[in-house]
Structure formats: C-alpha cells, structure tokens
Design a protein around this ligand. Structure first.
Ligand SMILES: [Fe+2]
Length: 456
C-alpha cells in the first residue's frame, strides 16, 4: 500500500473512530398505510461530532441503494449529536429492510435489519415484550458509592440487577419470541447514576451506556417508550451545583425527548415530543399515555422528580390538550373496533391504576373498552383478574437500583378485585392474535412462567 493511501486509510479509521455511529435504535413511524399501520421506521443513533445524518437502506444486504437524510441535535454541549431519520412509505409487500447509518465521508455502521409493521388490521400474529423500570447493568458492575447501611439510601439499593432481564430479552429475541419491545417508562435510571460516582457527571455517559447495552435489540426491532418520572431530569450533586452547565439543559424530559422519536406527529400526539402518542400494529391500537405531566395533579407538572424549584417541568401542550387528545384517540379506536376493524385497544403508561384514577380517565378506559392497561413504576408485578376490563397489569420488576416491594401508597387495581402479585425479577411477553391476548410473566433468572392469562 502506498504511503498516501495508507495515510488516507489511517485518517479514515481515526475519523471513523471519532464519528462512529453508536446506540442505533428504531421505532415505528411515518405515514400510515391503507390499514392504518406505520409504513416506516424512525432510525436514531449517536455520534461524538456532527457528520450528516444519512441512512442507506434496501431490501437485500447487497443493495442499499436508497438514501435518506435526517437531522441531528446536540442538547448538551460536548456530549454528542443525536441523529434521527425516517424510512417511510415502505410498500406492504416489503418484509425485511436492511439498513446502515452514518455519513458518506466518515463511514457507516454495520448493516442491521428490521421487519415492516403488518399491513393489515386482522389475521396478524405477533409478540411483544412489555415492562417498565429497567435499570442499567447491576450493582456488581456499577457498585453504589453512597453510604449504605442495611436499609436503602433514599430508596437506592445496595444490591440489584437489571442484567437478568436484559439477558432474558436477548434470549427472547434470539428465539424469535418477540417482534418488538414496549418499555413503559423509567429507562435506565440514569438520574440515579450518580450513586456509583457521586461527584462525577454520570447522567449522559450512563444513558449512552444503557443505549449501547440494548442496541442489539433496538437496532433490529422497534423499541417503543413512554415517559416515566426517572426521565424527568438530572438532579445529581453536579447537576445541581453546575445548574447552568448541566441541570438546566437536562430538565423537563429533555434527554428522553431528544434521544427518542415516537410517532407523536403521526398520531396528533404531543408536539415534537414523545409525551403522548398512539399507533396501530396488526390487530391492536396502542396508546402511550403521559402519567407525568399535562393533567391536573400530575407529579411533574411544575417541577421534575426531585422537585427542586428551579428544575421546572411540564407543559407539553395547552391546558387540557393531552386529555382531549386521549379521549378523541380512544373514541376513534373504539369506532374502528365496533366497525369490525382492529380487535384490541391497549393503553400503556408509566404509573399504575391509582394514577389512572387521579387522572380521571378510568371512565374513558371503560367507555371505549380498553382491553388492557400496562404500567410500571411500582417495582414489582401485579395483575387484576381477566373478568373485568380493562385488565390492569403492572410489569415493573425488570430490575433497577430502586427495586423492592410494591410502593405501599399505590393502588394497583380497582378496590375489591383480586390481584396476582410477584416481586421477582421479571419480563413480560404478550402474544397477540385475533382471538386472544395471551400474557405471560417470565422469571428473568430461571425462565419459568410466574403468571399467565388469556384475555379474550
Ligand atoms: Fe417510576
């Protein structure tokens, strides 16, 4: 190799190393097809500097001849660029899409694949994993450095693990048991990350770590997310002490809304954010609700999870906009269901039943025949019986540093109803057909089925 060629190759390697795309993840989106399903996929990734946001894609590994250009944002100085591009208008006969992300000058990622959403309202079978409250790694790999006695320090445990659930998700993917993932809030617990390095800025590096840790899932199947209280802000000692440098830029769900793109625009949901949205997939209309802000009494309506006065939060829509949208969205889904369209309506949000009561939307769920409401927040599992709809399922036991018994002050289902409960590390799988919703809760450590139910 000539010296100049070698030098050019070396500089490309250096350049690639600096700008290499990481944290590749996808979510359902784009204009809807004639069945009402997403015709495409948002593709998102991170780079350290700011190359162009380019996706090359095609329908075989050898032909990535289609190119789209997206955009990038830098929401925290010196902490990289988050890219988003949209592949859409995929025809109904497309089964598999091959893609890579990057920049023509700096280079591209490896080639990933995803499946297009089913182009039909019925006769579609698919499976998803649904859970909330999954942290990043475990206390062996990220040991807490704050003072710990026998009791948790401000709710932070000394020993915990999200590794079991992460490994279980990998095995569900490898076995073809899931088509996509719905993480209903509290993604990585990055606001707790200072526990393992109290005086360092850990929020962004740990979020980066979480996103790389799950890339093997998120680059090949949609990873849909709802906002949880742990998405609201950075309130570590350094974020508070250096408010102008960190705290102000990371308040009010910034990282959540800049790193992820959900189909809010497509569904008339929250403007330019992921705070509320809906989408169709096969025989289901899914609604992701906002349990955190934009309704009277919402806990993060004025300030974030720490309630430090200057870390303001809330206000993603006009007064009443979110709940007005929710009713209209459910009413339309119900009309479609009654007209012989989609068979199921599934709502999901971060907080359990007691918040549904506080939001005063329990009546909407009944009126528009929501079949199931999935939540997390309580770091354990509970399910109401399937005799009354909606069935309320809390799947919050994926594992995090706050894992522990159910929060005593939360009502997990209607009073007087029976609850099936578990406090094991667990992940849930929902198998959907036109005939039934089959839910099972899997022990993330040994793979055994802790609970299962058919909802028809
Ligand atoms: Fe939570």
């Amino acid at each position: 190799m000539k010296f100049t060629t070698a030098l050019a190759a070396a500089s490309l390697l250096i350049s690639n190393a600096f700008a290499a795309p990481s944290q590749v993840h996808i979510s359902l989106g784009g204009s809807v097809d004639e069945s009402g399903a997403s015709s495409g996929m948002y593709v998102m990734w991170k780079t350290d500097d700011q190359p162009t946001s380019t996706v090359k894609y095609g329908f075989s590994e050898d032909d990535l001849s289609n190119t789209i250009t997206g955009s990038s944002k830098n929401y925290l100085n010196k902490h990289g660029y988050h890219h988003t591009a949209l592949i859409e208008n995929l025809s109904c006969d497309v089964s598999k899409v091959f893609y890579q992300v990057g920049d023509p000058a700096d280079g591209f990622s490896e080639i990933f694949t995803f499946k297009r959403a089913p182009c039909a309202k019925s006769n579609t079978k698919f499976s998803i994993s649904i859970f909330g409250d999954m942290g990043y790694l475990d206390s062996d790999l990220r040991p807490p450095k704050i003072p710990h006695g026998d009791e948790p320090y401000h709710g932070l445990n000394k020993v915990w693990s999200a590794t079991y659930s992460r490994n279980m998700l990998e095995s569900l993917k490898d076995n073809g048991e899931i088509d996509w993932v719905f993480h209903v809030g509290d993604i990585g617990y990055v606001d707790d990350s200072f526990a393992s390095a109290p005086l360092k800025f850990t929020y962004e590096p740990v979020y980066d770590g979480y996103m790389s840790w799950i890339q093997n899932l998120t680059s090949t199947m949609p990873y849909m997310v709802s906002p949880g209280n742990h998405e609201s802000e950075c309130h570590s000692p350094i974020c508070i002490a250096q408010e102008l440098k960190y705290g102000r830029h990371l308040r009010n769900f910034t990282a959540f809304n800049e790193r992820w793109t959900m189909p809010s625009k497509e569904s008339g949901g929250s403007r330019d954010t992921n705070m509320w949205y809906s989408f169709n997939y096969g025989s289901v209309h899914f609604v992701s609700i906002n349990t955190e802000t934009d309704w009277d009494g919402a806990e993060e309506q004025e300030t974030g999870d720490s309630h430090i006065p200057w870390l303001k939060a809330g206000g993603f829509g006009e007064d009443g906009e979110f709940l007005t949208w929710l009713e209209a969205d459910l009413a339309a889904a119900y009309a479609d269901k009654k007209a012989g369209g989609r068979k199921w309506i599934i709502a999901a949000g971060h907080r359990p039943y007691s918040t549904i009561q506080e939001m005063k939307i329990e009546g909407l769920f009944i009126k528009y025949e929501v079949d199931v409401y999935f939540a997390g927040h309580s770091h354990s599992y509970s399910r109401t019986t399937s005799t009354t709809k909606p069935v309320y399922i809390v799947a919050g036991g994926a594992g995090c540093d706050e894992m522990g018994p159910s929060k005593d002050d939360l009502l997990l289902g209607p009073v007087g109803g029976d609850l099936i409960e578990s406090d094991k590390y667990s992940t849930g799988v929902l198998d959907v057909s036109d005939e039934k919703l089959s839910w099972r809760l899997i022990d993330s450590i040994d793979g055994s089925v802790i609970d299962s139910v058919d909802i028809a």
